[in-house]
Design a protein around this ligand. Structure first.
Ligand SMILES: Nc1nc2c(ncn2[C@@H]2O[C@H](COP(=O)(O)OP(=O)(O)O)[C@@H](O)[C@H]2O)c(=O)[nH]1
Ligand SMILES: [Mg+2]
Length: 494
């Protein structure tokens, strides 16, 4: 199936007429169709743990986290394919700032002059890092950038910050798919609208993204998310039909030990977020435990360390009174249940990774990537084909209008010429009549003529008619008329 879709897709690219090459939408289609990037768009209220969840996907806690709203920017995070090498890019006005981080050092490759105000702070924070490696340095930079906002600053950092960082452990790290993760500020951020604009722009040239809606267990029913659903639906680059609902911080949700019964499941499904967004499933996760399973509990953020140490026994000791297998609570469509359980069984040796719920989510993301990225490309191909057809139709109508205007003016010109010729013929006839009359009078006066014959009207008419016929030949009137008739015929046809 997939190769067939790919073939169809290539054919579509071939048949796009060159004249439409410059159309911005079509350009975008061509670019995105060649792109194998798969955007994962993380949305949700602030403090629901979006940044922590992303850290768990990456496998290191490079994104700063806090109980207060902290992510003021949209972060676009891509995989770096070199271990211990990361990169940050952002803009100050129109200047690009690029910072490369390799092992225990950083280099400001571009735009140093635009961030001079920030440099002393960067140097100071760099000195304070205990263990310097590419992750801790990257984390430091992101913290400084976040803190910089809101101070009385002389320059403004762009709303989009792009990051390249190696992914460590887990399905996404091992995958050959090029995931791009977007961290967005919470829904209750006042600049929310603007952030969605930034997100929308960043999503151009990529195939449709998978939204992951992060909430904590007790916030599934909050109504202030409504704006967020609306925004999600308005971004055509996001396919909200495949939303994963992520219930984060499930380690402290106090879930019933014996699992959720049918009534509890229905109750959850009736809450506002699931009611609006349920599609692929509701997944329970402890981001902190998932992250800890990947980095062996070596955190950059201190509060993660505390949460991890406190809960560790519940996640890795099946004899513990409060043993947790968070994936057991997942609410997924019936046909997915057995696949999920089977995959979990295969991965059973990585207990904390599986029990944290993170494994099942990454597994589902990878399934999405395999199944739907081609589908999404086709969706996009359809969208842009429609656009091409629309453009082509407009072009045809324009050509039609042009040619009928031309035809009309040609016809008018013919009509004018015809009139002119008729007038000339009439004039000539009149002149001839006058000459004839004068001639006649003269002859009448000079000799006696057969009056009866001379005055016969029919004779006069014969004479005049033959003159008219001669004139028609002289001025080629017949061919003009024929041309005129042909033109009229053509007009009727169009
Ligand atoms: N117990 C627990 N706390 C978490 C978890 N994930 C995040 N938190 C805490 O929730 C707070 C907000 O997290 P953050 O990732 O900054 O949320 P964001 O504002 O949505 O990006 C922080 O204090 C985190 O330590 C988790 O899995 N378990
Ligand atoms: Mg955040």
């Amino acid at each position: 199936m997939l190769p067939r879709i790919a073939t169809i897709f290539d054919k579509i690219l071939e048949i796009i007429p060159e004249s439409l090459d410059d159309d911005s939408d079509i350009k975008k289609f061509k670019q995105s169709s060649n792109s194998s990037l798969i955007p994962l768009i993380i949305v949700g209220n602030y403090s629901s743990g979006k940044s922590s969840f992303i850290n768990s996907l990456i496998g290191s806690d490079i994104l700063p986290n806090s109980d207060r709203p902290i992510t003021a920017k949209v972060f676009e995070i891509r995989k770096s394919y070199q271990p211990n090498v990361s990169q940050i890019n952002f803009w100050v006005k129109d200047t690009v700032v690029q910072i490369n981080i390799s092992d225990n050092a950083y280099t400001i490759i571009q735009g140093k002059e635009s961030i001079v105000d920030m440099l002393p702070n960067i140097e100071q924070q760099f000195e304070q890092i205990n263990v310097r490696n590419s992750d801790t340095i990257l984390h430091m930079f992101l913290k400084v950038i976040n803190q910089y906002e809101g101070t009385d600053n002389s320059f403004t950092i762009s709303d989009l910050i792009t990051i390249k960082v190696p992914f460590k452990q887990g399905i996404l790290a091992e995958s050959d798919k090029q995931y791009v993760i977007f961290d967005t500020p919470g829904s209750n951020s006042s600049s929310n609208k603007n952030h969605f604009k930034v997100l929308k722009k960043a999503l151009q040239n990529m195939s449709n993204g998978l939204p992951l809606f992060v909430s904590d267990y007790t916030s599934l029913d909050t109504v202030d998310n409504e704006n967020l659903y609306e925004e999600l639906r308005n971004i055509k680059e996001i396919d909200d039909r495949f939303t994963l609902i992520i219930v984060n911080k499930a380690d402290m949700a106090g879930l019933p030990k014996e699992g959720l019964d049918e009534r509890q499941i229905q109750q959850i499904l009736n809450q506002s977020i699931p009611r609006n967004l349920y599609s692929e499933g509701i997944f329970f996760v402890s981001s902190v435990m998932g992250l800890g399973s990947k980095n062996n509990g070596q955190f950059i953020n201190d509060n993660y360390d505390r949460i991890f140490k406190k809960s560790l026994n519940e996640f890795n000791n099946s004899q513990s009174e409060y043993y947790q297998e968070l994936y057991q609570y997942n609410i997924v469509p019936k046909q997915l249940v057995s696949r999920m359980k089977e995959n979990v069984r295969r991965k059973g040796n990585q207990l904390i990774y599986v029990n944290s719920g993170l494994f099942s989510i990454e597994d589902e993301i990878e399934v999405f990537a395999n199944k739907y990225s081609a589908y999404n490309k086709c969706q996009q191909a359809k969208l842009y084909l429609e656009k091409i057809i629309e453009r082509t139709d407009a072009e045809i109508s324009r050509l039609k209008a042009d040619s009928s205007r031309e035809l009309k003016s040609l016809q008018e010109e013919l009509e004018r010429n015809k009139q002119k010729i008729i007038e000339e013929v009439d004039l000539k006839k009149q002149t001839n009549d006058k000459i004839f009359e004068a001639d006649y009078t003269e002859q009448m006066q000079s000799k006696s003529i057969d009056k009866e014959k001379l005055f016969s009207l029919s004779h006069l008419k014969d004479l005049s008619d033959s003159l008219y016929v001669n004139a028609r030949v002289d001025f080629n009137l017949d061919s003009y008329e024929e041309l005129n008739n042909q033109t009229n015929e053509k007009l009727k046809l169009t």
